[in-house]
Write a protein that binds this ligand. Structure first.
Ligand SMILES: Nc1ncnc2c1ncn2[C@@H]1O[C@H](COP(=O)(O)OP(=O)(O)O)[C@@H](O)[C@H]1O
Ligand SMILES: [Mg+2]
Length: 320
């Protein structure tokens, strides 16, 4: 059984202009100790999906259907009180722009200690010992834990946030654009550090990025989201070498290769649609060079085109 099994998850936001269909019928699973990378252009629903998994949603959000089975228990019907047992202790998250959310008036040590003691009652001294160990895992010198956030560089803050996400020994960490604000070398170091933490603790990770090149190397599997839908999911190698969805292919072509081979960068024209009234049929059809008549009328099912390779397209791989 998968550690996390998401099936047909649908979460919409209510707005004055109508319902924003931010997550629509998304299914995927994640095994213990494995990593999945979620990619897609900005506005495709990646953060909405992540927040839905933890049910940390704004008041205008509504989970309209589907299941989020964690270790066999569906989280969707759970109360806020019951959810609190799962957050941080089982599934924790490094939020998008988390490094800016550290509280400036407390030392980093006190902020992490508070999170630890909420879930696991322990003495201050034990909490501090634990934080020192977490700092080492995250690649920070424990001697800086008494400092305030403004004394940290961007990279150090991000490592502190990762230490915080590790604090309650979660089974899954969701990292939403964890390194986007950092320079490329620091990004790479931090992701590699997270990856070694995952192996060491047999933890599962969900990495989210708009840039597939950033998370490719640390993701066992990659899921490609477009306009609130999961369009394709397969192991990272297949996604790079043999994508079946024209959107995946376009995304691959729009970013410089991370695996060494050189190819010409192709522009992906247009932008993701408004999710209040998304296109009929396949939501990608207006931008799709392979679109045929059926694509404008009927939504393609997310089906297994090869073993463990899922794709929602009427003409998968038709350009090959
Ligand atoms: N609180 C909200 N209320 C209404 N719409 C929202 C809210 N948050 C996000 N959205 C919309 O949901 C869609 C998906 O956004 P998001 O999940 O942030 O995408 P991503 O993380 O892939 O950039 C976008 O159309 C965005 O405008
Ligand atoms: Mg986002």
């Amino acid at each position: 059984m998968a550690l996390l099994e998401v099936s047909d998850l649908t979460m919409h936001y209510k707005t004055r202009a109508g319902w924003v269909q931010a997550v629509d019928g998304v299914s995927f699973s994640l095994n213990r100790g494995k990593s999945v990378g979620l990619v897609g252009e900005s506005g495709c629903g990646k953060t909405s999906l992540a927040m839905s998994l933890l049910k940390l949603l704004p008041s205008n959000a509504m989970i309209k259907g589907g299941q989020i089975r964690f270790d066999g228990t569906d989280l969707v019907p759970l109360s806020e009180d019951q959810m609190r047992k799962y957050r941080w202790a089982h599934i924790s998250m490094v939020f998008q722009a988390a490094m800016n959310s550290l509280n400036p008036v407390y030392t980093i040590r006190d902020q992490i200690a508070e999170a630890i003691k909420y879930h696991t009652p322990m003495s201050e001294a034990d909490a501090w010992r634990k934080i020192a160990a977490l700092f080492e895992f995250a690649g920070l010198d424990p001697s800086v834990m008494n400092q305030y956030p403004h004394e940290y560089s961007g990279g150090m803050k991000q490592r502190a946030v990762i230490a915080m996400a590790l604090a309650c020994d979660p089974d899954i960490i969701i990292a939403d654009e964890p390194t986007t604000a950092l320079d490329v070398i620091v990004q790479d170091r931090i992701l590699k550090r997270m990856d070694s933490i995952r192996t060491e603790f047999d933890m599962a990770m969900i990495y989210i990025s708009h840039d597939i090149a950033v998370i490719a190397e640390v993701s066992d599997r990659i899921g490609v989201m477009y306009a609130g839908k999961m369009m394709e999911m397969a192991d990272a190698f297949t996604i790079f070498k043999k994508p079946k969805h024209p959107y995946t292919f376009a995304l691959m072509s729009a970013f410089p290769s991370v695996r060494g081979e050189k190819h010409e960068l192709v522009e992906l024209p247009g932008e993701p649609p408004n999710l209040i009234s998304p296109p009929s049929g396949c939501r990608f059809h207006p931008r799709c060079p392979q679109a045929t008549a059926v694509c404008t009328e009927k939504e393609p099912p997310f089906s297994e085109v090869d073993p463990e390779h899922f794709c929602a397209c009427w003409n998968p791989g038709s350009w090959q």
